[in-house]
Write a protein that binds this ligand. Structure first.
Ligand SMILES: Cc1cc2nc3c(=O)[nH]c(=O)nc-3n(C[C@H](O)[C@H](O)[C@H](O)COP(=O)(O)OP(=O)(O)OC[C@H]3O[C@@H](n4cnc5c(N)ncnc54)[C@H](O)[C@@H]3O)c2cc1C
Length: 477
């Protein structure tokens, strides 16, 4: 192979970031070994609804919640695995247009809908991961070592190079796997900062934005017309109304409803409380859509305390033979739906760096930082719109947070603006594109500014005026 580095790369963690890293590494290494603590289900059963529950696994507890695959992420997946999104559609994953097929309820406004020719998919997380894992497993260079916990990395005597990894099986048997390159994709709990300290290296500076987000999710069988012509309803939160939600059609004729609350306003796990939380949403759409639905499971919750970014690119000393990818570098407030797509952007960065001189860590971490910068600014900027979120609010953050509600208000009747907005949230265009002079002129038209309203605050008892118009029905739990 042209530009082959030979030898073996070992990837720690076989979730989305690890799988995408493994795919890219097969371009340059003779052998790629993927290690994960979980037993990784084999595909086998291709029935559309089979993987939904059966494919959930311990190492990815977030898999029970709505996982948006952003438009940019889907493009990269199709680039790395040609035909992947078509396979998902064949497996029964509904596809809709990014703007025409999604009901976007943002800043207390329903922005204009029109097809923009950009399809998006909302597969269940286990199904998506399983399809990607199958593609990776089918690559001749790849070996999967599952049911193996990573204990430590091994190094040369002078500790300047990582030489492999020590793993432990469920029966406590330990084994060494030698590697020319180790890539840590073990997610938020990554132990690389600790390993660095043990090996006498500085640990990266870590930025944290405390958001205290709570999630609760539940699956439903809904009547065919429950969402009208939409495949998804997305409702964001605002500082005055910190409750958000997403209701998406998935494979197997199911819908998943994920409720979310910022700064301690968490949706509960008990079915009655879960439904009461739906009543607190600013728009009645989701309450109406599930009104005649049949719940298929009990709500499950997830708590996400803080977005975290490790600044590996600022280190001046780091061992050779080790890289880090995915949530292990940067984990975002999940409400922005960015994690998997950013892992894909990082995998692209890894591919480029490997192609241009091999796995040199300073270049790699610099490239990854560039990939992370924009999504981090979007997520951190959105979080900092909440006065209760601590952090520095520079001029750009303040400007953006003042401008976006105005853009959303103008986008109610202006599909050019709603298209521009969803392309930015889908990581297709940079945030600066919203400030283009022609778009500024559309947003700042006096008749449109008059329509800007602060997001409504919850009424007494946390109920919004809108939700009280929605009759609730008794539902099975
Ligand atoms: C509630 C929630 C909702 C989310 N929603 C979205 C969304 O809508 N869209 C989106 O793109 N992203 C979303 N994300 C983020 C997304 O799940 C992650 O960004 C994505 O999975 C990539 O993470 P990763 O592969 O780096 O790590 P993870 O997914 O955390 O995987 C880590 C892997 O490492 C393995 N592992 C960990 N430690 C060890 C060890 N010691 N030994 C062996 N194996 C180990 C685990 O078993 C696991 O397989 C959400 C996250 C959360 C928490």
């Amino acid at each position: 192979m042209n530009g082959s580095l030979g030898g073996r790369a070992v990837v720690l963690g076989a979730s989305m970031a690890g799988l995408l890293a493994a795919r890219v590494l097969t371009d340059r290494y003779d052998q790629v070994t993927l290690v994960d603590r979980d037993e990784l289900p084999l595909h086998g059963d291709r029935r559309p609804d089979a993987p939904h529950i059966g494919g959930q696994r311990r190492g990815v507890p977030q898999g029970r919640h709505l996982h948006a695959l952003l438009a940019r992420g889907a493009q990269i997946l199709d680039d790395l695995f040609p035909g992947l999104t078509a396979d998902l559609t064949t497996a029964g994953v509904p596809s809709g247009d990014l703007l025409g097929g999604i009901r976007w309820l943002v800043s207390g406004q329903r922005i204009a809908r029109v097809d923009i020719g950009q399809p998006v998919l909302f597969p269940s997380r286990p199904l998506l991961e399983r399809y990607v894992r199958d593609r990776v497993r089918a690559l001749p260079a790849v070996t999967v070592v599952d049911g193996a916990a990573i204990v430590a990395v091994t190094t040369t005597g002078d500790r300047r190079r990582v030489t492999g990894v020590r793993v432990r099986s469920a029966t406590d048997a330990e084994a060494l796997i030698d590697a020319d390159l180790v890539v840590d994709a073990t997610g938020r709990g990554s132990r690389t900062p600790g390993w660095l300290a043990e090996l006498g290296y500085p640990s990266p500076v870590t930025e944290k934005i405390r958001v205290d987000v709570g999630y609760a999710s539940r699956s439903y069988r809904l009547p065919p017309d429950a969402l009208g012509s939409d495949t998804v309803i997305l409702q964001n939160w605002t500082p005055r109304h910190p409750y958000g939600a997403g209701l998406a059609q998935q494979e197997g004729g199911r819908h998943i409803l994920t409720l979310a609350g910022m700064l301690g306003e968490h949706p509960p796990a008990d079915p009655t409380g879960f439904e009461a939380f739906v009543d607190r949403l600013e728009f009645p759409d989701i309450g109406q859509a599930i009104r005649y639905g049949e719940p298929l499971d009990a709500p499950v919750t997830f708590r996400y305390p803080a977005s975290v970014r490790h600044r590996y690119e600022r280190l001046t000393r780091f061992p050779d033979g080790l890289l880090v990818i995915g949530d292990a570098i940067c984990s975002f407030n999940p409400f922005y739906g960015q994690g998997m797509s950013v892992a894909a952007l990082q995998a692209q960065a890894l591919r480029d760096v490997l192609a241009d001189g091999g796995p040199r860590w300073p270049r790699y971490f610099a490239a990854v930082a560039r990939a992370v910068d924009v999504p981090w600014r979007i997520a951190a900027g959105g979080d900092l719109a909440f006065p209760g979120v601590a952090g520095r609010r520079g001029a750009m953050v303040r400007l953006t947070n003042a401008y976006l509600p105005r853009l959303h208000a103008a986008a109610v009747h202006d599909p050019t603006l709603s298209a521009a907005f969803v392309r930015v949230t889908g990581l297709l265009d940079p945030p600066g594109s919203l400030l283009r002079p022609d778009r500024l002129a559309r947003v700042l038209r006096p008749d449109r500014l008059a329509r800007v309203r602060p997001a409504r605050s919850p009424g007494p008892g946390g109920h919004s005026p809108n939700s009280r118009q929605v009759p609730r029905s008794d539902r099975a739990t």
